[in-house]
Design a protein around this ligand. Structure first.
Ligand code: PMP
Length: 406
């Protein structure tokens, strides 16, 4: 059993009062809170080791570089990547996907080519591919979802043809909580010789990721959703693919030599890391991973699952008119819902007045909303520091708000 009270003591923000009531933070899918030791790492980065990485022979610069490269090795172990050179630091999942779309798609997609996305993608796994359509006549084919929020794998298999060049899907949906059968998705794509990018933004905080076991070609995630700092993300890429991809951005750090006549590029991973990275945030991501591992990723997932089950059951039994979107088995700890005809925004605003932080709206997944025939949902999502008592407060507040609006 986790000692949740001890865990909560690492998060001063959880002691805040909102409108005089204790904060119940259930917007973890958008971003999770950051424990003291990760914050301390950022502070020490600024107060003790700040120097630009890779450029200096002086001690501070070497220390800062070592912190960054140790973080790269940590991320490699965390997702079981074959080598640290295949770990590229980005600003987040969004930038990681843009990098692959612009570099891989920009270099290798031709007019008439097709890619496969799923209906439950976040805008960050839709729009970067659409940007390519400005210069390439690229067709986007979409895997639909079934009523329970799981992907229709039969339709997925039927979407391949000789023009299919790429598949990009989320590991877990930020709206439905669905955990997609990634190994099956990848195996099918590889049967057709097609590489796969996995948007792991909602998976990395909740489950053990093994990119070799998944046989992933690309895997992207964000530090801020896994108890880490904002502004840092990771792209894992398979070496053979990264080697043949052109740079995404140009600048310092990513070159081998520059002249006005000819510039050559640095080796992996630096070829894809133009400019000064957020080396302090990257070192803090290292601490965030240490933090998750010190609790145990399975233990985090089990705790969140208990909160999910408890809350879902009580919502279903106690809130008249409740509709939950996403009921597939094995989903992660996200509950998207509507109550009767009440507007999600009104519910979210009233819940906030009672101290409950939930997200409302389309959750950057408008195509999914369209497929569901709704404009948005209310979304409650859990992290390791949430408690059953907080679920009770949320349920009581939801009951009150639903009655008020009825
Ligand atoms: N994909 C998914 C599934 C997400 O949930 C999010 C964040 N909500 C993103 C991508 C984008 O992540 P970021 O904003 O950190 O780049």
């Amino acid at each position: 059993m986790l000692d949740i009270e001890k865990i909560r003591a690492d998060y001063p923000i959880l002691d805040r009062k909102i409108y005089g009531r204790p904060l119940v933070y259930l917007d973890n899918t958008a971003t999770s809170q950051t424990p003291d030791e990760v914050v301390k790492s950022v502070l020490s980065g600024y107060t003790q080791t700040k120097a630009n990485v890779h450029r200096g022979v002086h001690t501070l610069s070497m220390e800062a570089t070592e912190l960054q490269e140790a973080a790269r090795r940590k991320v490699m172990e965390f997702i079981n990547a074959p080598s640290a050179e295949e770990i590229i630091f980005t600003r987040g999942t969004t930038e990681a996907i843009n990098l692959v779309a612009a570099s891989y798609g920009g270099a290798f997609f031709k007019d008439g080519d097709e890619i496969i996305l799923s209906v439950m993608e976040h805008h960050s796994n839709i729009v970067p591919w659409q940007l390519l359509q400005r210069r390439t006549d690229l067709k986007i084919r979409v895997i639909p979802a079934k009523a329970d929020g799981s992907l229709d794998m039969d339709i997925y298999r039927s979407l391949f043809n000789e023009r299919t060049r790429f598949v990009s899907v989320c590991h877990a949906s930020n709206v439905l909580g669905t955990v997609n059968p990634i190994k099956e998705i990848v195996a099918e794509a590889h049967n057709h010789g097609v590489p796969v990018l996995i948007d792991g933004a909602q998976a990395a905080p909740h489950m053990k990721i093994d990119v070799q076991d998944l046989d992933a070609d690309f895997y992207a995630f964000s530090a801020h959703k896994m108890y880490g700092p904002a502004g840092v993300g990771v792209l894992f890429g398979r070496r053979e693919l990264l080697e043949k991809m052109p740079p995404y951005q140009g600048g310092g750090e990513m070159i081998e030599s520059v002249s006005f006549e000819k510039t050559t590029f640095a080796e992996l991973p630096y070829k894809f890391e133009a400019g000064t990275p957020d080396f302090i945030g990257i070192a803090a991501l290292h601490k965030a991973i240490d933090y998750m591992e010190s609790i145990g990723i399975e233990a985090i997932a089990a705790h969140e699952h208990e909160l999910l089950e408890y809350t879902t059951l009580r919502m279903t039994e106690e809130i008249p008119g409740i509709r939950i979107f996403g009921t597939a088995p094995g989903k992660c700890a996200i509950i998207s819902f509507l109550v009767g005809n009440e507007h999600h925004y009104d519910m979210g605003m009233l819940l906030d007045k009672l101290g409950i932080a939930v997200r409302t709206g389309h959750h950057c997944a408008q195509p999914l909303m369209t497929a569901l025939g709704i404009e948005g949902t209310v979304r409650a999502s859990f992290a390791v520091y949430n408690t059953i008592e907080e679920c009770d407060r949320f349920l009581a507040a939801l009951s009150r708000v639903s009655e008020m609006l009825r």
